[in-house]
Design a protein around this ligand. Structure first.
Ligand code: V47
Length: 355
C-alpha cells in the first residue's frame, strides 16, 4: 500500500492491479491526496450555477430498474409537457436569473423526433443567451432508433436546433453485465462513449455521470472511471465527472443497503485522483445531500451543481431536491463550510466570486 501512496504522491501512474487497490487506502490518506489535486487547481473555490431542470416527459419506452421518474406502477402519473409549457418554464427561469436550462426527458416514442428538437429550437428563439444543456447520450441513442438517423445526424440536428452542451446522464455503470441487470435495452456503454466522442469531435463539451451504490462493486466503478479517462485522453471534451449516489425509493432495484458516507467520499476522492484529466468533479447535491456534497469538497470535489429550481428524477427516488435550492442559501452553506462560492456559467467560466 505504501508503494501505491508514494506513487500517487509523486504523480506517477498506477498499474491496473494498483488501481484496483485504491479503495483499500484509508479515507484520510485518499482525501488528502484528492484535496491536494483539487486545491492545486481551484484553491478553496466551490462552483455552482443558477440553472433550471426541465424534464419534458416521464413516459418511457425503457424500463431501467433504478428509475423512479418514469411512469410505471410505482409512479403512475404520466405526463408530457407541451412545447409551449417547456418554453414558459425556461422563460420564467431566465427571468429569475437562470443562465442554463438542463433538459432531460424520458424516452417517449409517442411524441416523435421533432418534439425533442422543437423544444430546443423554440427555447433558443425566445432566449438567445441562455445555455441549453440537453439530451443525454441515452436520449441521442433513442432518437436515433426512433428516427432511423445516424448518431452523427442526430447530433448535428441538436446543434442546429440550439443545444450548447450535453449532460452526462445515461452512463449508469459501464460494465455490460451490470447494465443488463439494471437497464437492459438502453444505450450500450460502447455507444454511450461513442456518442460523446462524436459530440466532442464537433468541438462541443459534455459531462459524464456514474450511478453507484446499487448492485455494482468497487471494481466496476474503477472500470467506469478508467473508460472515461481513456476517452478524455483522446478528446478532452469532458468538463465534469459526476458520481451520482443511487436513491432507493419507488423503484424496482430492491437494494437494501445504502452506501456509507465513507464509501461515497472514497469514491469522490478516487475519481479526483484517477480522472486528473477531467477538470471538474461534481458532488451533485440532490444525490449527496447538500451537507455531504460540501464535505465531498474536502475530498476532491469542486462543484455542487446549482439552484435547479425543480428536480424530478432523483426526488422521485427519495432525494430531497424536489424544489431545488435558493441561491442565497447555497452561497451561505458553501461559505459556512469554509469555501469560496463561485457562480460559474455552464462551461465553467467564472461569473461572480462571493468573497
Ligand atoms: O442517467 C435515475 C440518474 C441520471 C436514479 O450533466 C438516478 O451536469 C440516483 O444525468 N438514484 C440523469 N440517480 C441525471 C443526470 C445529471 C444530473 C445532474 C447533472 C448532470 C450534468 C446530469 O439520473 C440518469 C440516472 O443515472 N438516476 N434514477 C436514482 N434512483
Amino acid at each position: 500500500m505504501k508503494k501505491i501512496i508514494k506513487k500517487l504522491q509523486n504523480n506517477e501512474n498506477l498499474d491496473s492491479n494498483e488501481v484496483l487497490r485504491l479503495y483499500d487506502i484509508d479515507i484520510f490518506t485518499l482525501g488528502d491526496l484528492a484535496k491536494k489535486i483539487k486545491e492545486k487547481k481551484f484553491g478553496r473555490k466551490v462552483f455552482f450555477n443558477i440553472n433550471r431542470h426541465i424534464n419534458p416527459s416521464n413516459i418511457c419506452k425503457d424500463i431501467c430498474k433504478f428509475c423512479a421518474f418514469s411512469a410505471h406502477r410505482k409512479n403512475p402519473n404520466p405526463y408530457t409537457l407541451s412545447i409551449d409549457e417547456c418554453v414558459k418554464i425556461a422563460k420564467e427561469a431566465y427571468k429569475k436569473g437562470a443562465k442554463e436550462v438542463h433538459i432531460v426527458s424520458a424516452h417517449n416514442p409517442e411524441v416523435g423526433y421533432e418534439y425533442y428538437m422543437n423544444i430546443v429550437k423554440v427555447i433558443r428563439q425566445e432566449l438567445p443567451d441562455i445555455h441549453i444543456k440537453a439530451f443525454t447520450a441515452a436520449e441521442v441513442n433513442f432518437l436515433s432508433e426512433l428516427s432511423g438517423k445516424s448518431y452523427d445526424e442526430v447530433l448535428d440536428d441538436m446543434i442546429e436546433s440550439g443545444v450548447d452542451s450535453m449532460p452526462g446522464g445515461g452512463a449508469e455503470i459501464f460494465d455490460e453485465k451490470i447494465r443488463n441487470k439494471i437497464c437492459k435495452g438502453k444505450v450500450t456503454s460502447q455507444n454511450w462513449l461513442k456518442i460523446h466522442e462524436l459530440w466532442h469531435k464537433r468541438g462541443k463539451k459534455s459531462n459524464a455521470t456514474m450511478l453507484f451504490g446499487h448492485i455494482e462493486n468497487r471494481a466496476h466503478r474503477i472500470d467506469h472511471m478508467l473508460k472515461l479517462k481513456k476517452l478524455q485522453e483522446k478528446t478532452g471534451g469532458f468538463n465534469a465527472f459526476i458520481p451520482l449516489v443511487y436513491q432507493r425509493k419507488n423503484n424496482y432495484l430492491n437494494v437494501k443497503d445504502f452506501l456509507t458516507g465513507q464509501e461515497i467520499l472514497k469514491t469522490v476522492a478516487i475519481s479526483r485522483i484517477l480522472l486528473n484529466n477531467i477538470p471538474h468533479i461534481k458532488a451533485y447535491w440532490p444525490t449527496f445531500t447538500l451537507n455531504l456534497a460540501l464535505v465531498a469538497c474536502e475530498y476532491g470535489a469542486d462543484d455542487i451543481d446549482g439552484t435547479i429550481q425543480k428536480e424530478s428524477i432523483q426526488s422521485a427516488a427519495g432525494a430531497s431536491s424536489k424544489s431545488g435550492l435558493n441561491m442565497n442559501e447555497l452561497i451561505y452553506q458553501i461559505k459556512d463550510a469554509g469555501f469560496i462560492p463561485v457562480e460559474r456559467d455552464s462551461l465553467y467560466n467564472e461569473i461572480k466570486v462571493y468573497k
